[in-house]
Ligand binder design. Sequence first.
Ligand SMILES: [Zn+2]
Length: 117
Amino acid sequence: MWNPCPTLGNTGLIIMGKGRKCCVPGCNSNYNNTDNYVSSFTFPKDATRKNQWEKSINRTDFIPSSTAVVSIRHFSSEFIIKEDCVVRDDGSELVVPRKIQKLTNDAYPSIFPNQPS
Ligand SMILES: [Zn+2]
């Protein structure tokens, strides 16, 4: 039996809605009908974290709808889980690349390339 690796856990956010348009101002992720969809994430359900996302995005009077997403471009790589880590019975760890990327539990958008700083 394998247990989820405690450092990554198994409760990160899951990518939602392939091809949904990113709600960050100035970002055009998924605004074109191409096959190159950018991975995107819905807002956290937790109110405190949702608030942190909203503040980070800094869009005037912005109230994200339940379907609003933020594309992966706005998350620094330390918040993106690209591999799963499992612990074998003998204590050794096995790292498996994920097909679908997740965000860590403390992830928030911090990269806004098209905004004046
Ligand atoms: Zn975006």
